[in-house]
Design a protein around this ligand. Structure first.
Ligand SMILES: C[S@@+](CC[C@H](N)C(=O)[O-])C[C@H]1O[C@@H](n2cnc3c(N)ncnc32)[C@H](O)[C@@H]1O
Length: 242
C-alpha cells in the first residue's frame, strides 16, 4: 500500500515504548497502576453497536487496532473491512480473528489505492484513530466511504483546551479510578486500551476544531462529549436524490 507521511513520528506507544505522560496545564497526572487500568475504547463498542441502522450489511472500521470492534461488528453485519496501517496491529487482529466475514487490510486509510468497497459502507467507524490522521482529509475520506443513507460513527480523542475540557477530565480521572477499582474487583481490569498499540497523545486537535471541521464537511453531524476523555461524532450521509 502507499504510505502517507503524517505525524507518525509522534506515535509513541508502540510496544516497549512509553507514551508522553498525561498533563493538565503542564501538571503531570498520576497514572493508575496497571492492575486498575481498563480499555476506554472497548467501553464504547456497545454504544456504537446500538447506533447500527437496521439492515446493515457492510461495515468499515478505520484504524481497527487489534480488531475488537471489527469482531463485534461481524456479529451484526454481513461483511466487515478492518483497516490499520500498523502491521503489528493487523497481525494481532488477524491472529485473534474468527470468522471469514472480516477482511483485515494493512494500509493507510488515506491511501486511495486501498482496496475498499467502492459502493460505500452502511456504517463506517473510527475509534480513537482519527486524531492519528490530518483531521479534515481524514473526515472527508471517512465521509466518502459512507453510502448514501449510511452512517459514520467516530469515537475520538481531543486535546483539552478549554476550562470545560479540564473540568470534564477531572471528573473522568475520578470516574476512571472508580471503574478501574470495580473492574479489578471482578477480575476484569489490567487490560488498558493502549497495550502495545500505537498511541498519539496528546492529540493535536481540540474539540472546537473538530466541531468546526464537522460543520464544514459533514453538515448535520452531531458531536457530544463522552465521559472517558473522548467525544462521539454521528453523521448520516443524505440518501441520494431520486
Ligand atoms: C489508538 S489505536 C485505536 C485502535 C482501535 N480502534 C481501538 O479502539 O482499540 C489507533 C489505531 O489507528 C491506526 N491508524 C492511525 N492512523 C491510521 C491511518 N492513516 N490508516 C489506518 N490506520 C491508522 C493505528 O495504527 C492504531 O492501530
Amino acid at each position: 500500500m502507499g504510505s502517507w507521511a503524517g505525524p507518525i513520528e509522534r506515535v509513541v506507544g508502540r510496544a516497549g515504548q512509553r507514551r508522553r505522560p498525561a498533563t493538565v496545564k503542564g501538571v503531570r497526572l498520576p497514572q493508575l497502576p496497571r492492575s486498575l487500568r481498563w480499555d476506554h475504547n472497548a467501553h464504547y463498542h456497545g454504544w456504537i453497536l446500538r447506533r447500527l441502522p437496521a439492515g446493515c450489511e457492510r461495515a468499515l472500521d478505520a484504524g481497527c487496532g487489534a480488531g475488537g470492534l471489527a469482531r463485534r461488528l461481524a456479529t451484526r453485519v454481513r461483511t466487515v473491512d478492518a483497516v490499520d496501517r500498523s502491521d503489528a496491529m493487523i497481525g494481532r487482529a488477524g491472529v485473534a480473528a474468527g470468522g471469514s466475514s472480516i477482511r483485515w487490510l494493512l494500509g493507510d486509510l488515506l491511501d486511495p489505492a486501498l482496496p475498499l468497497d467502492a459502493g460505500g459502507y452502511d456504517v463506517v467507524t473510527a475509534v480513537s484513530s482519527l486524531h492519528h490522521m490530518p483531521l479534515r482529509p481524514a473526515l472527508t475520506r471517512l465521509s466518502c466511504l459512507v453510502r448514501p443513507g449510511g452512517i459514520l460513527v467516530v469515537v475520538g480523542c481531543y486535546r483539552a483546551a478549554r476550562v470545560s475540557d479540564h473540568l470534564m477530565d477531572a471528573v473522568a480521572v475520578l470516574a476512571n479510578l472508580v471503574v478501574g477499582a470495580v473492574l479489578a474487583g471482578r477480575g476484569r481490569a489490567g487490560k488498558p486500551h493502549d497495550d502495545g498499540m500505537p498511541v498519539v497523545w496528546p492529540p493535536d486537535t481540540t474539540l472546537a476544531e473538530i466541531r468546526d471541521a464537522a460543520a464544514d464537511l459533514l453538515p448535520g453531524a452531531r458531536i457530544r462529549r463522552l465521559l472517558f476523555f473522548r467525544y462521539a461524532l454521528e453523521w448520516t450521509r443524505p440518501a441520494a436524490a431520486r
